[in-house]
Design a protein around this ligand. Sequence first.
Ligand code: B12
Length: 239
Amino acid sequence: MNNLNNALNNILPANTRYLVGYANLQGLLSDKYRGFDYAIVLGRKLDDTIIDAIIDGPTLDYYNHYNEVNIELSQIAHRLSEYIQQQGNKSWTIEPTIRDENIDKIFIKTLRLDFSHKMAATRAGLGWIGKTALFISAEYGPRVRLATVLTDYPLPVCTQQIDKSQCGTCDLCVRHCPAKAANGMLWNINVDRNDFFDPFACRKKARELSLNNFNKESSICGKCIAVCPIDKKRKPVKC
Ligand code: B12
């Protein structure tokens, strides 16, 4: 697949900023994804004006943006997947988020899917996990939404995976979290999400706030995204 970069240039919208990384996920995925060891991680930069307006929890603008970006990412990931298949390789598109019809008892009990975009993103060397469990890209901070395309094609993967947090003593997201869902512990690849972040408290508060702010019970909040100070001033990790 010599022309993957060209294909990506054609597929990604010209007027929107995207991060792209290649990861080797061998040994990290469940049997369901056997044979799909390589990942193309796509990170769609979110709109700064919309994110900066998140002050007292989620806004209707953010809710609409969230839905639009999910559709855009899904379409792009599927186009990329089709390209990979046209080249004679296998591909598997991982949607940005869980569809309502796929929410089952196990998900409600665990708030875990069998594929983590954040894990693919740290393996692609694009960033690390912050104190409120967000993926923090070196380039755009947490202001990115992710999608992943898995393939059997041996991509030129990143060899500088990021295994620990680079948040240091910053605890802005911890202090501003309306759900008080994080305990401030720094992430590394051996720490489980639930050891430093309470996803149930986050979801409950997000649903409460979205119902209150724009009359829809949705699991979006975004306050942790809005307060993170990391931006382009930080040097992107080279891979
Ligand atoms: C379930 C879910 C939720 C739940 C639980 C949240 C959570 N933090 O797990 C609820 C409903 C609460 C939620 C809320 C939100 N979510 Co949500 N959610 C998901 C979803 C659908 C699955 C996540 C999952 O299964 N997690 C299971 C745990 C175990 O994995 P994980 O947290 O993803 O990643 C951990 C491991 O991968 C590990 N890890 C990382 N690298 C490596 C490497 C190795 C080798 C190992 C072993 C481990 C490891 O560290 C991570 C943290 O512990 C994903 C989409 C997806 N498929 O990834 C979106 C996703 C995580 N959500 C996202 C967002 C943006 C949000 C919200 C901001 C909502 C909103 N839009 O306003 C809030 C923020 C909550 C927060 N601060 O984390 C984004 C995150 C983007 C980013 N920059 O981080 C995702 C990736 C969706 C997307 N397409 O971009 N979400």
